[in-house]
Design a protein around this ligand. Structure first.
Ligand code: 23J
Ligand code: MN
Length: 255
């Protein structure tokens, strides 16, 4: 393996770089929790100057957002189950852990038919029968094509709360048994919209972060990835004691 060959393969397109990131935009929805809880802030941008009297030769912005706004990384310290995980905040995660292989489970047909579609151990077993075992250290991404939804359809809020696909507690345990690196989704949370009603509540957050695993939320373009063989690059911002961070998620795909 030569890094020079790798760089050349990127330049020629022999290795394709797929951007799995939504654009940070004030209109992009953020998770809405029940009203008794604190709420996540949307992305906001304020002009400092734009080649004008405030700064004649430069344009720049001040930005504000939550750690959990837009396409973002969830660290173990995000959840109470992971509060004592060593190196559980975004600034403490070793750089080496931020690059790794990825398995993509295509749930798009099921999610098109059922807003509350569940990833189950059976679906994971069927995926492995077709593609081989999920290797230790892999990211597992749940493809639903939910990233193609816009506006109110994305959160899909009803009177009883949001409705979007996610893993069952048993599916999360099955992924942990394979010692994955983390779990990612196109939806606003790694947990299903109705994930508060599982035992434990929010099983992806609870079980994954309790085991020191990571999350990726609001991913895009998962339909451009192969089931196996791609590599994810996922460095969050180095926020001291940060529980998560917006980031650019890149996938390297051999063509
Ligand atoms: C806080 C409480 C519940 C959930 C979340 C945050 C997220 O999905 C998140 O962005 O991590 S479900
Ligand atoms: Mn999050």
């Amino acid at each position: 393996m030569s890094l020079a060959d790798f760089a050349a393969d990127i330049a020629t397109g022999a290795v394709r770089v797929v951007d799995l990131t939504h654009t940070l935009d004030p209109d992009f929805p953020v998770i809405v929790l029940p009203p008794e809880f604190g709420q996540c802030a949307r992305f906001r941008m304020e002009e400092i100057s734009a080649y004008d009297h405030r700064g004649p030769a430069w344009k720049w912005h001040n930005i504000t957002m939550s750690e959990h706004t837009g396409t973002h990384f969830d660290a173990p310290s995000h959840w109470v189950s992971g509060r004592d995980v060593p190196n559980g905040a975004v600034d403490e995660i070793p750089a080496q852990a931020l690059i790794g292989p990825v398995c993509v489970i295509d749930c798009s047909a099921g999610a098109a038919a059922d807003d509350d579609f569940e990833l189950t151990p059976q679906i994971i077993a069927e995926w492995e029968a077709a593609h081989g075992p999920i290797p230790a250290g892999a990211w597992v991404l749940m493809r639903t094509d939910w990233s193609k939804r816009t506006g109110a359809e994305y959160l899909n809020m009803r009177e009883d709360g949001p409705h979007s696909p996610g893993p069952t507690p048993a599916a999360v345990r099955a992924l942990l048994a394979r010692d994955i690196r983390g779990f990612g989704t196109e939806c606003v949370g790694t947990d299903a919209g109705q994930g508060a009603h599982y035992t434990p509540p929010y099983p992806a957050h609870d079980l994954l972060h309790g085991a020191g695993k990571y999350g990726l939320q609001c991913l895009a373009n998962l339909d451009q990835l192969p089931a196996t063989g791609a590599v994810l690059i996922t460095p969050p911002l180095k926020i001291r004691n940060g529980t998560g961070s917006p980031l650019r998620v890149l996938a390297l795909v051999q063509t």
